[in-house]
Design a protein around this ligand. Structure first.
Ligand SMILES: Nc1ncnc2c1ncn2[C@@H]1O[C@H](COP(=O)(O)OP(=O)(O)OP(=O)(O)O)[C@@H](O)[C@H]1O
Length: 236
């Protein structure tokens, strides 16, 4: 599906993941884990850029348009499927077909608020489900999610994860919940300071390695990539 070979990934001159290599196959369910600031979102945004025409992107819920309704925010996921006139007409006076589709999608996501409710008045968990709805309404084979379940209670998170699995062929999610990752995903990528410290089947990731990652300990195999004290001194 995608091969990255020694790519420098970041923001202009700011390289976050240096010479980063990754191979993705269709049908995989991949969780990206790692401590805050390790580069998870940066990697996911890069994958979205690389897979654009085949991947839906569930960004964090702050990307919703606050003064628009649930309906409008979810419909945004379909903007690319229609021409500007159709989109404009549908946003002004929602068509029956889209209203029914979005209503069914929101019910499936357990959103109990009216479709015409402005999202600014919703709770964090409700906003997250609107963001999930917008991504699912893109109807792409691959789902990319940036912590798409973090504001939901664990039971609801699992129910909605199943919906995401059922609706997509391939799934790549940044998660802050290692238990959800190990229990439900096939493959785990661990990031630490922009380095990939583990990439393999979820059932071969051991607890000690996971804990070390969150304690920000760099595994021996990756240490040569870090500058030594002496090198840092020379650089100064
Ligand atoms: N737009 C940007 N421009 C420049 N640097 C950025 C930008 N966004 C993020 N960074 C930097 O990239 C690094 C990795 O950030 P990223 O958001 O990918 O981490 P993360 O692992 O997703 O963190 P978190 O779990 O806190 O969301 C950080 O040092 C951050 O400051």
């Amino acid at each position: 599906m995608l091969d990255l070979v020694k790519c420098d990934i970041g923001y202009g001159p700011r390289i976050v993941l240096e010479e980063f290599s990754l191979s993705l196959q269709a049908g995989e369910r991949i969780a990206i884990l790692g401590p805050s600031g390790s580069g998870k979102s940066t990697l996911l945004k890069h994958l979205h850029h690389a897979l654009k025409s085949t991947a839906s992107f569930c960004a964090q819920s702050e990307t919703l348009i606050d003064n628009l309704s649930v309906y409008h925010n979810v419909f945004m996921g379909a903007l690319g499927r229609h021409n500007a006139l159709y989109n404009m007409a549908n946003l002004l006076l929602p068509f029956r077909k889209e209203r029914l589709e979005i209503n069914a999608l929101c019910q499936g996501l357990e959103l109990d608020c009216p479709l015409q409710q402005q999202v600014v008045y919703l709770s964090g968990g409700q906003r997250q489900r609107v963001a999930l709805g917008r991504a699912m309404y893109q109807h792409q084979p691959t789902f990319l999610g940036d912590e798409p379940f973090s504001a939901l209670d664990p039971a609801m998170g699992q129910r909605l994860l199943k919906q995401v699995f059922d609706a997509h062929e391939s799934i790549i999610c940044v998660l802050h919940d290692p238990k959800m990752a190990v229990r439900h995903f096939d493959r785990i990528i661990l990031l630490q300071h922009g380095l990939k410290t583990f990439d393999g089947p979820a059932n071969s990731l051991d607890e000690a390695q996971l804990q070390a990652c969150y304690r920000q300990e760099i595994p021996l195999a990756n240490r040569q990539a870090q500058p030594t004290e002496a090198e840092m001194h020379c650089a100064r």
